[in-house]
Design a protein. Structure first.
Length: 364
């Protein structure tokens, strides 16, 4: 038995995950199910794939679904009819197989569930041998261990089920302290909570021509960064019933958030925070690791991202709405903070249909 304690990120292993899929065909996903599986995880992943197909349809008229999926039974029982079905993949071999994990109370209970699912082992091995990937959520990693696909490889395993995984194969190198990782094209996670992000990360590392940008767009919707959540709250004009006493830095942040599109002034910001510019600058950098101006730029870029994704407003107009009178300055800052030009970002991550497509929808 070998326990490997590490803080390396799952994304550091993502380069192992290049999938052998056709660049012209949709991705085929097999979702495994039985009466004891984590149904919430399975349905959450269905919602993610459905949203990806919806975003694809919005962007291009008559765009076929990027992801097809089908349900497969792990215990030979019929699949419940109430489970949501997706675009039919026909008889094509799966590119991805997903095991959502089980409601196992103890390690021995999990062992019994694994034995009951022994017929699935050959199916998972076939998907893997054909160049596909496996997403083994939570304690589903024990089934991957039984398949022999984790021998000599790292796996993120929930601590209550470490012994169960090692009973299936004592060659697994268990890793703790990471939410998920990928090794040998097998994705494992130590918790069901991160299943959405695991699947999105997996989809970003396929060879499908559009899935990477579609997955990033859906991640922006489902898992927005903190700064985007802050801007969303500001745009929605969230009212606080009680304002708690705040320090100078917090008051400065509130001032910048409330004056997002106004010309920046350190003196005006310091005055709003009831302190001197020099004192504010020193304490702001200590608290946030950046100057008030860079903090403001970050808020403005988050607003610009939302506008580029969801509106028909021109880049020039967005520049003014975010407080920049010079569109050239806005473009340079956008590249600095986001890593892409505004036009490129809009093309890749737009969450609205084209004007032409919208007109077609309105006529129906």
């Amino acid at each position: 038995m070998r326990l490997v304690y590490s803080a390396f990120s799952a994304k550091a292993h993502a380069f192992f995950a290049i999938m052998k899929t056709s660049t012209a065909s949709p991705l085929i996903v097999d979702l495994y199910w039985d009466a004891d599986c984590l149904s919430g995880v399975a349905l959450t992943l269905v919602n993610v794939m459905t949203m990806i197909n919806q975003v694809a349809a919005m962007r291009v008229s008559k765009e076929p679904p990027a992801v097809h999926w089908r349900w497969r039974s792990m215990d030979t029982q019929p699949i419940p009819r109430w489970l949501p079905s997706g675009p039919s993949p026909g008889k094509r071999q799966a590119d991805v197989a997903v095991v959502p994990g089980w409601h196992a109370q103890t390690g021995p209970h999990l062992d019994r569930l694994i034995m009951r699912s022994s017929a699935v082992v050959r199916q998972l091995q076939t998907v893997h041998n054909m160049g596909g990937q496996l997403a083994m959520v939570y304690n589903g990693s024990a089934l991957a261990a039984r398949c022999g696909l984790l021998n000599g490889h790292h796996a993120a395993v929930p601590w209550p089920f470490m012994a169960s995984v090692l009973r299936q194969s004592n060659l697994v190198q268990i890793v703790t302290g990471v939410p998920w990782l990928v090794a040998n094209r097998v994705w494992t996670s130590d918790s069901p909570v991160g299943a959405t992000e695991l699947l999105l990360d997996l989809l970003r590392h396929t060879a499908h021509p559009t899935l990477a940008t579609l997955a990033e767009s859906v991640q922006h919707i489902l898992l927005p960064p903190a700064v985007r959540r802050k801007v969303a709250a500001l745009n929605a004009q969230v009212a606080y019933s009680k304002v708690l006493p705040e320090g100078a830095v917090e008051l400065a942040c509130r001032w910048l958030e409330a004056n997002l599109d106004a010309p920046y002034s350190l003196h005006a910001t310091a005055k709003a925070a009831s302190t001197s510019p020099r004192t504010l600058l020193r304490h702001f950098v200590m608290a946030h690791g950046k100057t008030p101006l860079d903090y403001l730029h970050g808020l403005r870029m988050a607003r610009a991202q939302v506008l580029l994704e969801t509106s028909y407003v021109s880049v020039e107009q967005i520049s003014k709405m975010c407080g920049y009178s010079d569109v050239g300055t806005f473009r340079r800052l956008f590249v600095r903070f986001v890593g892409k030009r505004p036009s490129e970002y809009r093309t890749n991550y737009q969450l609205r249909t084209s004007r032409k497509r919208w007109g077609e929808i309105q006529k129906k």
